[in-house]
Design a protein around this ligand. Structure first.
Ligand code: AMP
Length: 585
């Protein structure tokens, strides 16, 4: 396909406001890309077109970049525009029109034909014969230019391309080079266009995209091998997958939606994806990627060593790298950043800050893709990959002592008990971590998705000081303790109830609270106790919702006991007005 044709189609798409129409145009573009019968690893024009349409030169999993700043691009444009034009003219025009494509399209290129033919090997002459493939190959050369003089070589190569461009070609070349395509073609557009162009189901295209992270390749497989080819696409060690993401959420919602919640500590570090192939036919290959699929292997030798020492089978693991002090306690996130993308003096940086990986998911093990397996299965596999037991009765990893011995494993507790979740949270904070993650034990791994299956617990935004107006005698072991305390806020001269707190209280604390409250018991009816207003509790909560259950008309969701406020009287407790204000926020 000629680059002029691509630019023309991109222009049509750019001018099209309707999403459905855009999909139709991209479908045509893919269908018309043609089969250029190149073999092996060489990308087909179809693959290049699928990427260019999104403003990408290389697949998302590929860390290769053009490694040119805007000024290199301005310089190349200026040179192609003629001897009277300098990079500062380009910048001035950019300041006026605000978009590099528009600036590039405003020049008349092609005046430097002889020189362009010499540099790029092309015939030169204003966009009559530049193909999509030639543009790609030149950009690939440019990306791989290294060493002294490489910046000059990059400018030369880019100049050679611009010099052969018509206005419209230059518009889209500039945008591709600076990753500013912005013609409204998102990932979903290309996915839908691939499905329509090659008549394959959208969800299967989606799956293939998830495992390959390569829109170009998926388009080619869909065209050349159809559904069977798409379904046969698998994860590959060394090619990163988009990370599954979490959204903020509450324990209440998690327990309402799932039978039980998977609970893990939330580590305050940087996300890593470890790809490991043990020594066998070739040398061991360990690669580490960031959350954005950038390769960070060289910056994190501890992770590479961990893999070599611990792993025996090929695997792709998802986890977090955490900075630790001499005792192994976690250090703040800022410390990890000193190590994470470091390219120079890694050994020296390692002396200052040590890092350690913790893994919470396993996407692939020993030839088997696990994305479609439930979390509990993936976690069990993770445990065995890390050298822990793989006995069948140990289905989910359950935070047991046996699991605690597995180095590098993030423990997973399965529970429907808010009290237990509370104590896991308290332990996590105590150990210096950020809090907890709540995960749906039945959920599959959805790359790149910020879904409801992983929730990071919202920290308490505010706390409330509430008067204790009632309680219940406990049962069994706790029969002599008061518990489940009724809470109220001030409402004028009165009190209005807002909920009951039962979580976040140890037995020892219950005993203290019973001693504190017993003298204030006003009436008893079976287990229920009325308490005259005297004691104020500080409580955390996840949300305030309207509710007919309590006299205030509101209920605290998931209230947690934080402490007694001995310095406060009921008159100093929070008011209904504050509660209403907080609810409206
Ligand atoms: P946030 O960055 O606040 O959106 O929180 C999500 C991030 O928490 C993930 O991308 C991980 O980097 C990190 N994280 C820490 N511990 C865990 C865990 N146990 N499970 C999943 N993600 C975790």
């Amino acid at each position: 396909m000629e680059f002029a044709t691509f630019a023309d189609r991109a222009g049509t798409i750019d001018a099209e406001p309707a999403d459905l129409e855009i999909v139709a145009h991209v479908r045509e573009l893919l269908a018309d890309a043609g089969d250029d019968a190149c073999g092996g690893a060489e990308p087909q024009t179809l693959e290049i077109v699928a990427r260019f349409a999104q403003g990408r030169v290389f697949p998302a999993w590929d860390s290769t970049t053009l490694d040119i700043g805007p000024s290199t691009c301005y310089e190349a444009i200026a040179r192609a525009a003629g001897t009277n034009v300098g990079a500062d003219d380009v910048e001035d025009r950019l300041a006026d029109v605000g978009e590099i494509g528009e600036v590039a399209a405003s020049y008349d290129f092609g005046g430097q034909q002889g020189l362009s033919a010499f540099i790029s090997g092309g015939a030169g002459g204003g966009g009559d014969d530049l193909t999509v493939r030639e543009v790609y190959e030149t950009l690939e050369d440019l990306a791989h230019a290294e060493g002294s003089g490489s910046q000059d070589r990059k400018v030369d190569l880019l100049f050679g391309l611009f010099n052969r461009c018509s206005s419209e070609e230059a518009r889209y070349l500039a945008r591709i080079v600076l990753s500013e395509m912005r013609i409204g073609v998102g990932e979903g557009t290309v996915r839908d266009a691939i499905a329509e162009a090659f008549d394959v189901p959208q969800d299967r295209v989606e799956r293939a995209l998830q495992v390959s992270n390569d829109y170009g390749r998926v388009a080619r497989v869909a065209r050349d091998e159809g559904l069977e080819g798409l379904d046969a696409m698998e994860l590959e060690i060394g090619r990163p997958v988009q990370a599954m993401l979490a959204q903020a959420g509450t324990v209440t919602d998690a327990l309402e939606e799932w039978d039980e919640a998977g609970v893990e500590w939330k580590y305050d570090g940087a996300r890593i994806q470890l790809h490991y192939n043990p020594a066998g036919s070739g040398p061991a290959d360990t690669r580490v990627f960031s959350r954005n699929m950038e390769e960070v292997t060289d910056a994190l030798p501890e992770v590479v060593e961990f893999a070599a020492d611990t792993l025996e089978e090929p695997a792709i693991l998802d986890g977090e790298v955490v900075a630790i002090d001499a005792d192994g306690s976690p250090l703040p996130f800022q410390e990890v950043l000193k190590r994470f993308r470091r390219k120079h003096d890694v050994a020296k940086a390692r002396e200052d800050v040590t890092v350690r990986p913790v893994f919470f998911d396993c996407l692939h093990a020993d030839g088997e893709d696990l994305l479609e397996e439930p979390l509990t299965t993936r976690h069990a596999r993770l445990r065995s990959v890390l050298g822990g037991s793989d006995t069948a009765d140990h289905t989910g990893g359950d935070g047991t002592a046996a699991d605690a011995d597995v180095e590098g494993l993030s423990l997973l507790w399965l529970t429907d008990d808010p009290d237990e979740i509370e104590s896991i949270d308290a332990d996590a904070l105590e150990a210096g971590h950020e809090g907890i993650m709540l995960k749906n034990p039945a959920s599959t791994y959805s790359p790149g998705r910020r879904g409801k299956h992983w929730r990071k617990r919202k920290p308490d935004v505010e706390t409330l000081d509430c008067v204790v107006t009632g309680a219940e005698w406990g049962e069994g072991r706790r029969a002599t303790f008061l518990g489940t305390f009724e809470l109220a806020v001030r409402a004028g001269d009165d009190l209005a109830t807002v909920g009951k707190v039962a979580t976040g209280i140890t037995d020892e604390k219950l005993s203290e609270l019973t001693e504190l409250l017993e003298p204030h018991i006003a009436a008893e009816d079976g287990q229920d106790v009325d308490i005259e207003p005297a004691v104020v509790f500080e409580v955390g909560y996840e949300e305030i919702q309207t509710s007919p259950t309590y006299s205030s008309g509101y209920a605290l969701r998931f209230p947690r006991f934080l402490g007694v406020r001995p310095d406060k009287d009921p008159a100093d407790a929070d008011s209904l007005e504050r509660l209403e204000r907080l609810q409206g926020q």
